[in-house]
Design a protein around this ligand. Structure first.
Ligand code: SF4
Length: 324
């Protein structure tokens, strides 16, 4: 990804990762700042306009870095489920992404104090095995050649057998390792959803090929049919997607599969609607249930059941996880 402007916290400059990031972006204008929030949380910025000219912000993360998994996220049966936020915002631009309701900016923040994340996880590991989703508020695999964050989490997994790391992506990157406690989670959507709502992501066929190759190399692979988006004739679209996937790889060899219809916190949805008045996804008339916006219950259930039925032809139900 190309960045023309890089903001750097003064205190971040002492970290080797900050130096490496700056060396990889020799043509960018570099602007020193006191704190990343001075830029990222600034009032009256236009997140929509920023999407095509994102700045990179290099910073040190204080306070909480590893969080308990949110109720809208899946734990896949794991206890001690956390997610880590070592970057904020994503190089991709999915119209339905909750980050649009969560952050006031489209700029990308990379935290360089990864050793503090290491200490946080090691502290949690003292109480037993930990499952961490490291790539929730971003796509670490897509950014790895610049940031090395995905490599950091793989290294953490190598060092700590009790740590299970999920790296989720919409990129189509060759996975060449097969660390037993790292799960590569590829999100798959029908090509119509990709072209309409998943701007800048890899084509779905390329993601399927990358997942198949990772599986061949012995890596643990999860496929995420999540979020399922309601498009006209979603039945044919998801059937085509799952048939294409099953033709490319043996679903029985997957670690598991996740299925979930689109849902978002009602609070984030309100913010998305303000920021994106033309967004079809944001303005769909969702039903709010316990603070979560989702499709009307009949549609929601029908879509999920339909996709579960398609997958059931290829993989046992015990390996398929749903969010509700
Ligand atoms: S890939 Fe994921 S994190 Fe990135 S914009 Fe899309 S939904 Fe958001």
């Amino acid at each position: 990804m190309r960045f023309t402007h890089v903001y750097v916290e003064e205190r971040a400059l002492g970290y080797p990762l900050a130096k490496s990031l700056l060396e990889k972006l020799p043509d960018a204008d570099v602007i020193g700042i006191r704190h990343y929030k001075d830029v990222f949380d600034r009032k009256r910025q236009n997140a929509v306009l920023q999407r095509d000219h994102r700045a990179l912000i290099i910073a040190v993360r204080d306070g909480s870095r590893v969080f308990e998994g949110a109720p809208v996220c899946q734990s896949f049966g794991n206890q001690n489920f956390y997610y880590a936020s070592s970057m904020m915002n994503c190089p991709f631009d999915c119209e339905y992404c909750y980050l649009k309701g969560m952050y006031p900016s489209s700029n990308i923040v990379v935290f360089v104090n990864l050793e503090d994340y290491r200490a946080d996880i090691e502290e949690k590991l003292k109480d037993g095995p930990v499952y961490v989703c490291a790539s929730y508020d971003t796509d670490l695999i897509a950014m790895n050649s610049l940031t090395g964050h995905a490599d950091f989490w793989k290294e953490m997994a190598r060092e700590h057998p009790d740590l299970l790391v999920e790296l989720r992506t919409k990129a189509a990157v060759d996975i060449t390792d097969n660390i037993s406690n790292v799960i590569y989670a590829f999100t798959l959507s029908p090509s119509e959803v990709v072209s309409r709502y998943e701007r800048l992501t890899a084509p779905v066929s390329a993601r399927i090929r990358a997942a198949a190759k990772a599986l061949e190399n012995g890596a643990k692979v999860r496929l995420c049919f999540d979020p399922i988006i309601k498009i006209n004739d979603y039945e044919s679209a998801y059937k085509e997607l799952i048939d294409e996937t099953a033709a490319a790889l043996d679903l029985k060899k997957l670690t598991d599969v996740s299925v979930g219809t689109f849902r978002i916190s009602a609070d984030y949805l309100n913010k998305m609607r303000k920021a994106y008045p033309d967004s079809e996804v944001a303005w769909y008339p969702y039903v709010i249930k316990e603070g979560i916006a989702q499709y009307e219950p009949g549609t929601d259930r029908a879509m999920q059941e339909y996709v579960l039925g398609l997958l059931g032809k290829y993989i046992g139900r015990e390996k398929i996880f749903t969010w509700n």
